[in-house]
Each structure stands twice: as structure tokens, then as C-alpha cells.
Design a protein around this ligand. Structure first.
Ligand code: SF4
Ligand code: MG
Length: 337
């Protein structure tokens, strides 16, 4: 499949200011040099603990933030480099589904107004055509079209997320960033929304970046998975390879904490407990950014930043230990990952 999204060396730094003069005293490297592709029609899972830079990555890719550096080519266009006018034209291609449908929907707008807002902004459809499109979208996401004139507070959390999904679909995007789209929902509702996202992907040929801290959910949904720690991707692999044989010590620790359904298997599993806290992204460690917590840390780790290398087909890891285990060759800029 062709690459729909190509992210190269994406950086998102935020300045830290202090005092009444707002002097710059440092910067937070929230996203620190990410490179990866997303193939057309796939779901790339982006996982990691809260604060690791996942949401910032999603927002920087969609130009909801202006990246500090790097390029984000979506369907042949570098959206990181577009001026405001060109960005407006590119906007319909790329949309976002937010974590908290409650906060992302205007409480004073009806469902029809919310879903048709992108149509008013980006198309010259008349009111009648917009209403027809709203009804079509409500059908597509499983909302009763008779509720078009109701307000968000009249709906349940799951229904509100369906409204958010309908709005995201209004302009027929190719690429959608789903930022923890089910994290705020009741567990009983989560599977319904996930199934809806999968259905829509099949029917409409959508490509997803699916941001989540829930590794079981990502295992169910994703084609490939990228693991983030402290602003960097530490491992990226096809889904089955990642879950069967995680290579980075951080991925190993994350996966060891995911319970297995079979209680007998669960009882024999070793849980890796990580010591200490995640360092501040304003002051990341020298060398490997995981070296302050890694159970397998070596001397070199505290000095040298490990390179992101492909050691088996499509499986890329940034870790000195993995490098030593085999003859890995560095990944070049244009290599498919
Ligand atoms: Fe651990 Fe060293 Fe690998 Fe970093 S490079 S994950 S500190 S073994
Ligand atoms: Mg987040």
C-alpha cells in the first residue's frame, strides 16, 4: 500500500518563560524528532503513558499546532510548510476525533449545526444540501436523524462521540487522527465506538492514527504500533511482531502490565515494575531518554543516544542493547517503516 502520511523529524518544542519579563528560560521538547509513515487504509497505533507527547504529535501532524521543525507530507502535500490559505484548502483531507466529546462540542449548537459546520466553512453547499448531508452522516454513525435539532447535552457520552465522528467525516477526509476517542466513555460503550470506527474505515477507506494508552485496544485495532516515551518513538513494528516480541525495554515493561485474559497464564507472567518517574521533557537525560528507568541500562546508554534501527523487516527499535544483539543497519531517511 502507498504511504499516505510521511512524517520526517517532527519536533514540537514549547518555550518556558519566567518572571514578569517572561524571559525564556528553557524549552520543553514535547515531540523530539519523530519519523514514520502511515500507509493508506491502515491504522497506526501510537501508544505511551500520558504526557509522553502522543496528543501533541497528533496535533502537530494536523497543524493544530505549528511544528517547530520537520515535515509532514499528507497525500503529497507538506502540511507543515503551508501558509494559512493553503492550509485551509488542505484541511478537509485531515480531521481529528477528540478524546472528550463533551468538551469538543459547542453546547449551544444543535447536532445539525455541529455536523454541518465544516460544510458551511469549506463548501458552497446550500442549506438544503447541507441538511441532506447531515442526515446521511447521522445514518452513517448510527444516530437517529430525528434528533438533528437536539443539543449535545441531550445525548449520552457514546452518542456525543458519534456526533464528533460525524463532524469529522463531513468533508470526506482521507486521514483521521483519533486522539483517545474512547478513553472518556463507559467501558460498555467503548467497543461500540471502536466497532463504528472500524466499520467506517472499511466502508470509506479511511487511514487512522489511533492515539491511546490502552494497549489491549490498540492490539485489537492497529495494523502497526509505535511506542512513544518522553517525546520520542522508541519502537515501531507490525502489530503482531510488537505484541509477540517487543524489543525495547520500555515496550516490554508496558506490555508486561497488560493483563492476559487466562488467569493461569496471568499467574505465571512476570510484571516489570519501572522505578522512578518519567523525567521532565524540559530536562531529558543525556544519551537514551529511558536510561534513568531502564532495568537493562548499560554505561553507553547514559552517553550515546541510540539510533532508530530496523533489525527485522518493518520492526524498528532505538536501543543499544538491541543493536548489540544483532547486526542492525541504520535506517535511511527514505526507507519504508
Ligand atoms: Fe535501556 Fe540502554 Fe536500551 Fe535505553 S538504550 S532502552 S537505557 S538498554
Ligand atoms: Mg493525550
Amino acid at each position: 500500500p502507498r504511504k499516505l502520511v510521511e512524517v520526517r523529524d517532527l519536533r514540537m518544542y514549547f518555550d518556558i518563560h519566567k518572571g514578569i519579563l517572561r524571559r525564556k528560560v528553557g524549552e520543553v521538547k514535547a515531540v523530539d524528532g519523530l519519523s514514520f509513515d502511515i500507509h493508506e487504509g491502515e491504522t497506526l497505533g501510537l501508544v505511551g503513558e500520558s504526557g509522553c507527547g502522543k496528543s501533541t504529535t497528533g496535533r502537530a501532524i494536523l497543524r493544530l499546532y505549528d511544528p517547530t521543525d520537520g515535515s509532514v507530507v499528507i497525500d503529497g502535500v507538506d502540511v507543515a510548510a503551508l501558509d494559512a490559505g493553503a492550509l485551509r484548502k488542505a484541511r478537509p483531507q485531515m480531521q481529528m476525533i477528540f478524546q472528550d466529546p463533551q468538551a469538543s462540542l459547542n453546547p449551544r449548537m444543535t447536532v445539525a449545526d455541529i455536523i454541518s459546520e465544516p460544510l458551511r466553512e469549506h463548501t458552497d453547499m446550500d442549506a438544503k444540501a447541507r441538511l441532506a448531508r447531515v442526515r446521511e452522516l447521522m445514518d452513517a454513525v448510527g444516530l437517529n436523524r430525528r434528533y438533528a435539532d437536539r443539543y449535545p447535552h441531550e445525548f449520552s457520552g457514546g452518542q456525543r462521540q458519534r456526533i464528533g465522528i460525524a463532524r469529522a467525516l463531513a468533508l470526506n477526509p482521507k486521514f483521521i487522527v483519533c486522539d483517545e476517542p474512547i478513553a472518556a466513555l463507559d467501558v460498555s460503550i467503548q467497543a461500540q465506538v471502536v466497532n463504528l470506527l472500524e466499520d467506517l474505515q472499511r466502508k470509506l477507506g479511511l487511514t487512522y492514527l489511533f492515539i491511546s494508552h490502552d494497549l489491549s485496544m490498540v492490539r485489537h485495532l492497529a495494523t502497526r504500533v509505535a511506542v512513544m516515551y518522553l517525546g520520542k518513538i522508541v519502537e515501531l513494528a507490525p502489530r503482531d511482531a510488537l505484541y509477540a516480541r517487543p524489543r525495547h525495554p520500555y515496550t516490554q515493561a508496558l506490555l508486561s502490565a497488560v493483563p492476559v485474559p487466562d488467569p493461569q497464564v496471568e499467574a505465571t507472567r512476570r510484571h516489570i515494575i519501572l522505578e522512578g518517574d518519567v523525567p521532565s521533557p524540559a530536562n531529558p537525560p543525556k544519551g537514551c531518554n529511558f536510561c534513568t528507568r531502564c532495568p537493562k541500562v548499560m554505561d553507553i546508554c547514559r552517553e550515546v543516544v541510540p539510533e532508530f534501527r530496523e533489525h527485522t523487516k518493518g520492526h524498528v527499535t532505538a536501543c543499544h542493547l538491541v543493536d548489540q544483539e544483532q547486526d542492525a543497519s541504520p535506517l535511511r531517511d527514505n526507507d519504508k517503516i
